[in-house]
Design a protein around this ligand. Structure first.
Ligand SMILES: *[C@@H]1O[C@H](CO)[C@@H](O)[C@H](O)[C@H]1NC(C)=O
Ligand SMILES: *[C@@H]1O[C@H](CO)[C@@H](O)[C@H](O)[C@H]1NC(C)=O
Ligand SMILES: *[C@@H]1O[C@H](CO)[C@@H](O)[C@H](O)[C@H]1NC(C)=O
Length: 136
């Protein structure tokens, strides 16, 4: 795991100007490969629920900032070589397979039913190497 991550980190440093995969619809997410090399940007206009069914590794940041994403699920996402930053009004984020986030983990939602506990557990278990915030 650590060796793989070092390789991914090296790869990310070789392509600093690459553009993130942009997700505007669920079908964009359905067609992603399992390894993303330039980050993922979920459109600020994304509305409703979103599942990333295939993605296991993201080199680069995975980001969302907007008002209408409701439930996000990345069932097989394991490694983020970068920052995971979701800011919005979502109800739930499910990332049950995550083992490593090499930079920051930022979760901020205005939905008061959101549960930060799983993310606090990730932080406590040393999954997050950078800044951690979960604010509801
Ligand atoms: C989001 O998840 C909640 C809780 O599981 C569920 O009630 C709701 O139907 C889901 N989707 C949307 C769009 O609210
Ligand atoms: C990823 O996010 C960090 C902030 O957490 C930022 O410094 C960095 O430039 C971002 N990388 C890319 C490729 O956008
Ligand atoms: C996270 O995203 C928010 C909204 O786009 C931005 O204001 C903030 O600077 C980001 N934080 C990090 C550490 O990337």
């Amino acid at each position: 795991m650590q060796f793989k991550s070092l390789l991914l980190l090296a790869a990310s440093n070789l392509i600093p100007s690459a553009t993130a995969a942009k997700i505007t619809t669920q079908s964009d997410a359905d067609t992603l490969p399992d390894t993303i090399t330039d980050g993922i940007e979920i459109s600020s206009t994304y509305t409703g629920d979103l599942i990333l069914p295939t993605v296991t590794t993201v080199v680069g940041n995975i980001t969302y900032s907007g008002p209408d994403l409701i439930n996000f699920s990345a069932p097989v996402l394991s490694v983020v070589v970068g920052t995971f930053n979701f800011t919005g009004d979502f109800k739930s984020l499910s990332t049950p397979a995550i083992t490593q986030i090499t930079e920051a983990l930022i979760v901020a939602t205005s939905d008061s039913s959101f549960d930060c506990a799983p993310f606090q557990t990730l932080q406590r278990d040393g999954v997050v190497s950078g800044e951690f915030t979960c604010t509801v």
